[in-house]
Design a protein. Sequence first.
Length: 337
Amino acid sequence: MRHLLILLLTFSALPTAHAYDKVKLLQSFFGTVMIRGYKPDGGMAYGSGVVVAENKVLTNCHIFRQTKQPWVSQGEDSYTVNSVQADRWHDLCLMTTTGLPVKPVELGRSADMKKGQQVVAIGHSSGVPNALTSLGSVKSLFKQQEGFIVRSTARFALGASGSGLYDGDGRLIGINTFKTTGRVAYFYAVPVEWLDSLQKQPVETVFPIVGQAFWEDDEANKPFFMQVAVPEINGDWAKLEQVARAWIKAEPANSDAWYELGNALENMSKLDEAETAYRKSIALEPLNTDSLFRIGVIASNKGDKNEVKAVNVALLKIDEDLAAEFSKTVGCKGSCE
């Protein structure tokens, strides 16, 4: 009864102004499990997982590196892990267990997501027995093989590795996998589309599962979207410009790369060059709200009211909350008339 009360309180707190389907999200909540195992020193390794098919749990491989006998638990019940299919580089493992009476969650697609769209992370942060929810929105989408890595503002902590990231209709779009360090962190989920290739991996029965993931590679070998994160967070604009230009050289049609260049240049007071980079970003991706927002701010500083109004109208069509933030930032009243 207490567990059900917590669930009801959690989902009754979801804001009604956004497109959250509370009934479907509750079903996704019940599809969340905890994964545990003893480490060699006697301590406990733990993470989260999502039931994606009968007796099948999707999670991160890195949570198995220190345990020889993991198990799945939900509430007071535990279930033995019989085998696993592992894609170590993409940090996804699909576990098989027996007798797990949990209904699979509904699968979505990271490719269907857009910047600003509402998302919910559900997992066992910090080893808390009851799954916790974290609301947020999509900040960026990075194309990687068959899907998009999702950077969102839905926070997760230690123990939530392998937890699910869901759209507002409770569909699984990704697995929360890694974040940057520090108080101001970026949170990333790998795409659920990678499950298709994961299911073709050989079945393994020996633990621990070891092997480096792509996000743990040397800094120079990481994807560019990861290389820009730390200098951006730390305000190292010269470094950000360097990485952004390398990104553009490798992927000249990448809208995010041009945005990052504009971001670096704007913060170094090179406003004309920054505006050029932002406009290139929007030419490649008209829905790049980050670049739209900054063009509007630059226009406001120039006193270009027509440009400010046009940006506000464009943002309103994409994300009303972001448009409201823009209006506040540039000092507009109402709709920047």
